[in-house]
Each structure stands twice: as C-alpha cells, then as structure tokens.
Design a protein around this ligand. Sequence first.
Ligand code: ATR
Length: 294
Amino acid sequence: MTHSPRILTHTGASRLAGVIGWPVDHSQSPRLHGYWLAHHGIDGAYVPLAVPPDRLAEALAGLPALGFSGANVTIPHKAAVIPLVHHVTAVARQIGAVNTLIVNGDGTITGTNTDAQGFLDNLKQQAPAWTPARPAAVIGAGGAARAVCAALIKAGVPEILLFNRTIDKAAELAESLRIHRAAAIFPLPLTGGMWKARARDIGLMVNATALGMTGHPALELDLSVLQPDAVVADIVYAPLKTPLLVTAEQFGLTTVDGLGMLLHQARAGFSQWFGVMPEVTDELRAFVLSGINA
Ligand code: ATR
C-alpha cells in the first residue's frame, strides 16, 4: 500500500503520546509514529516533549493529568524514570531502563522496555535463518548492550561472549543480568587470540557500542574466523551500513542493521496507545531513513 502525505486534522477525541527527552530534537520517533498514524488513518498525535532532568517528575505527573495514553522515554531519562512511575515491568527492571510509558485507566503509569523485544523481532525479520543454538558475541557493556543481552537470554542462547574496552563494566553487566555463569568476558579488540579462539563457535555477533557511528572510529575486528552462516548485527543506524556491516557483507555473512531495532521497538508502544499493532515495512524504513539523512 502506498502512503501519500496528507494533512491530519486532530479532533477533540485524538489520542495523545510523545517522546520525553533532553534534548529531543534529533529523535526519529515523532516521524516514525507519525507515519503509522497517517498510514492507519488514526485520530492521534505523537509529539516531541523536551523535558529537562529537573522537571522530569513534574512532566510524568502531567501525562495522566493531560490525558496522554503514554510516551516513549529517551536519553537522558531512561533510568531516572524508574523511581518515578507506579509500576515497572520485569524486563525494564532487568535492563535497568524504561523506554515506554503506559498510562493506565486508573491514572497510574507503567514503565516498560521494548528494546530487547525490538532487537529480537528485527533479528527474525532480517536474519530469519538465525537460531539461538550457538553462543553469541556482544560488543559493549552500556545500556544498549544490556538490552541486547536480555534479548539473547530470552531467546535461549547457550552462552554470551561479552567484549568490552572496560572489563569491569562487562563483569558488572553479567552480574546484574545474572548471566555470569553463561557469560565469558574479554577485552577488545576483536583481532586478538581470545577472539580468534572463540569466534568460530559464534552464531551471532552484535555491536552494541557507538563504534562505527558517523564521527566515531570503526570497530577493529577480524571477521575471517566466523563460520559462513554467522549473523552480524549492529545497533548503529547512522550510517545504515556501518564499516562492520560492509565488511561482514564482503565475507558473505548475513547482516542486520540498527534501524530495524529502532523501528521494531516502537511497535509495542504504538499498539498500546493507539490500538493497532503496526508493521515495519520497506516503505517505513525508507521514510525514517530520509529523516535521518536529511
Ligand atoms: P549506550 O547506552 O548507547 O550503550 P553507554 O552506556 O555510554 O551507551 O555505553 C557505551 C559503550 O560503548 C560502552 O561499552 C563503551 O565501552 P566502555 O565500557 O569501555 O566505556 C563503548 N565505547 C564507547 N566508545 C568506545 C571506544 N572508542 N572504544 C571502545 N569502546 C567504546
């Protein structure tokens, strides 16, 4: 179905959602949700909500007061909202971050995290042949790596090989996600003996750092040791084809880009707020990408 741009007029019954961040002007979420609202002809609005850290509590209290159905939460508020909401889902507690708020019928707010499910849904769409039978390697130990590890635990991978510049942070991540028995921790780069020794077992490797993003150095690595059926995923989506994904393609490996995770993680919130589970299509990808590259 082709999507033709049109002016949406809101009514007094429009459903409301938005994205709370500081700053928020680079967020792709208003474009993304705006596309789905237009595509489904829904009487709703999704707006940027620029909220400084010292007004976060007031802003959250304002959501039910203003009749919002909910909101996304982005940098720098993802951990800070946890003590400010009434209910926190198990997955958000596990990841230590909330990216989606639902205003319940009784005016309370539930905080959840859709990043892990978004990562898995995107993996299923872009690498349908992948199975969790073999260990996975995750590069990074920040917030994105926590969500990816939570996803991989849920999917049932037998072991996670955690590579990070700062070993202590990787150890902390494994401890707090309670995967220390199923995780092995290594320093970067991915060219040393440890990498070469373990890389042939890996079914999936995921870059969950900012390395490879525009303006950042690329991840130093040797992909020649991976099996031909290994999948290489990146959470970075600017550029869409990171140096890691370009190299993986040169080796004939299946690649999964970071834009898909961004799009898939948004589906659950949209469905809760606006009552329709939207799809991630090529047209949506092109639409959001044109905003990122603008
Ligand atoms: P996010 O929430 O996006 O994951 P973060 O919590 O700041 O961001 O985590 C950033 C991750 O990228 C970390 O794993 C960080 O490594 P350290 O734990 O050693 O800091 C990694 N990272 C960032 N810049 C890096 C660089 N130049 N080289 C190697 N790793 C880097």
